[in-house]
Design a binder for this molecule. Structure first.
Ligand SMILES: C[S@@+](CC[C@H](N)C(=O)[O-])C[C@H]1O[C@@H](n2cnc3c(N)ncnc32)[C@H](O)[C@@H]1O
Length: 220
């Protein structure tokens, strides 16, 4: 358990420090602020403007389940159905899960079993898969309306920021789909562009200059 430590971030929300990756799970300038801004405001909300009543989300890096929680709340608020697939190679230990949040819905999300599709609320079903990104991309045949790319940064895991990863992710995005990440590497922007997506480098969340958001044209 000494591999993980719960830490308070600048907006009062919790994140985790992982000594395995020498990295925090969110920005220390505000975990909640970062998730709301990068994944909900510049990801899910944009996809929801298409007016579909059902959205399929893929999240790389389930971690503390914060993005899943915010997406579940968004589904209820906006009365849309969300089917949420999240992968993680290293699910958090129960001792950390038990102490990361006091929110009941968040606790349910964290305690939902891995490897099965679970209808959590009227509007939200969750499929957590304990798998590595590369294996997932190799065996997956589904496409998604929204992709949240929430890997640890390129310093901790450079292999997760290679061009080929983003080319494969672009191919599993549906037409009109939205890809979003807190990362802003030039090579990532170029890989998404060369895969046919329209890429925007936006102002970043608190403490970060930029982030990337990309849209798949309808006809691609
Ligand atoms: C930045 S954290 C994700 C934060 C998370 N989205 C949240 O809201 O708490 C990155 C996550 O990616 C997971 N991870 C690391 N390498 C991975 C890989 N190759 N495939 C899938 N998940 C991986 C880590 O275990 C960690 O949970």
């Amino acid at each position: 358990m000494e591999n993980y430590q719960i830490k308070k971030t600048d907006d009062g929300s919790n994140t985790i420090y992982s000594s395995l990756f020498d990295s925090t799970y969110h920005s220390i300038h505000g975990a909640l602020a970062e998730s709301e801004y990068v994944f909900i405001k510049n990801g899910l909300s944009i996809a929801n403007e298409n007016g579909f009543n059902k959205l399929e989300i893929f999240e790389m890096g389930f971690g503390t389940g914060l993005n899943a929680l915010l997406s579940c709340e968004f589904a209820t608020l906006n009365q849309i159905e969300i089917i949420y697939t999240a992968i993680d190679t290293y699910p958090l230990p129960q001792s950390i899960i038990d102490n990361i949040s006091k929110n009941n819905l968040h606790m349910s999300i964290l305690n939902t079993p891995w490897g099965t599709v679970y209808q959590l609320t009227k509007h939200f079903s969750l499929h957590k898969i304990n798998i590595d990104l590369f294996s997932f991309l190799h065996q997956n045949s589904k496409t998604f309306d929204v992709i949240y790319y929430d890997a640890f940064g390129p310093k901790s895991q450079p292999e997760l920021w290679e061009d080929s990863v983003f080319e494969q992710l672009a191919s599993i995005l549906k037409p009109k789909g939205v890809f979003t990440t807190y990362g802003s590497k030039g090579s990532v922007k170029r890989a998404l562009l060369s895969s046919g997506l329209e890429v925007k480098r936006l102002e970043g969340p608190p403490g970060k200059r930029h982030m990337l958001m990309a849209l798949k044209p309808n006809l691609l």
